[in-house]
Ligand binder design. Structure first.
Ligand code: DX5
Ligand code: ZN
Length: 234
């Protein structure tokens, strides 16, 4: 029931900012340094102007992640690939509103494949796109940059969308994830607006490496501290 739904703060480092030659070790290092989830950004060079990696990479890193593998699909069409990412071990699969002609069917397919269903809203996508789907999702991802690249500037105008979404969700068991430009400066704003899952790539991985992972822990702690206790009360 929603009473036990976990709205505590969760930091989800994006491995897009990790060493691509060392993903397994990077996942282990960032979890050991305090990550709650591991965020995996899949890009196709079509839906977004960048290519990252696909289901084989997800399957390869899965044994190196103890917690939640949070797979963000920036691909279109998305439906033909849902089963592949579910079989790769994704716990959460997030698709964009614009990734196919029938987003409700996509969300059903994700749940049908055994994963939690996430819905991503681009900065230009209105919050209203999520409202009819709130009983069909486990997570809504509010993009605070245009998807495609790490290290972009946080778009402050999206905070009102997070607030509206939080009000619309009410006590439904739906996470609000924020993705893009999250750091110790922006984190307090998104948490105050109602987010409970903070994706952070460059702000977590900067300054560290698998052979010197302590900066990951320092960076995660800095985001957590800046965000206060992070608990979002329903
Ligand atoms: C953007 C991705 C993000 C990105 C975040 O398309 O979805 O997850 O890697 O990177 P930072 O935290 O560097 O903005
Ligand atoms: Zn992402």
């Amino acid at each position: 029931m929603s009473n036990s739904f976990d709205r505590s703060l969760k930091i989800a480092p994006s491995i897009l900012a990790a060493d691509f030659a060392n993903f397994g070790a990077e996942c282990e290092a960032v979890e050991a340094q305090g990550a709650d989830w591991v965020h995996v950004d899949v890009m196709d060079g079509h839906f977004v102007p960048n290519i990252s990696f696909g289901p084989a990479t997800c399957a390869a890193i899965r044994p190196h992640i103890k917690g939640v593998m949070d797979v963000h699909l920036m691909i279109a069409p998305v439906d033909p690939f849902i089963d592949a990412f579910a079989h790769a071990g994704a716990d959460v699969i997030t698709a964009h509103v614009e990734a196919g002609p029938h987003i409700h069917r996509t969300l059903q397919a994700i749940r049908g494949a055994g994963a939690k269903a996430g819905l991503a809203l681009n900065p230009g996508t209105p919050v209203e796109a999520a409202i009819p789907l709130l009983d069909d999702v486990d997570l809504v991802c509010v993009m605070t940059v245009n998807p495609g690249f790490g290290g972009q500037k946080f778009i402050h105008g999206q905070i009102a969308k997070i607030e509206a979404l939080r009000a619309a969700i009410g006590d439904r068991p739906v996470h609000i994830e924020v993705d893009g430009g999250v750091d110790p400066v922006t984190a307090p704003h998104v948490v105050a607006a109602g987010a409970d899952v903070l994706v952070a790539g460059s702000a977590v991985f900067k300054g560290g490496s698998v052979s010197d992972p302590d900066p990951y822990g320092i960076n995660i702690a800095a985001i957590r501290k800046a965000a206060g206790d992070g608990s979002i009360r329903a």
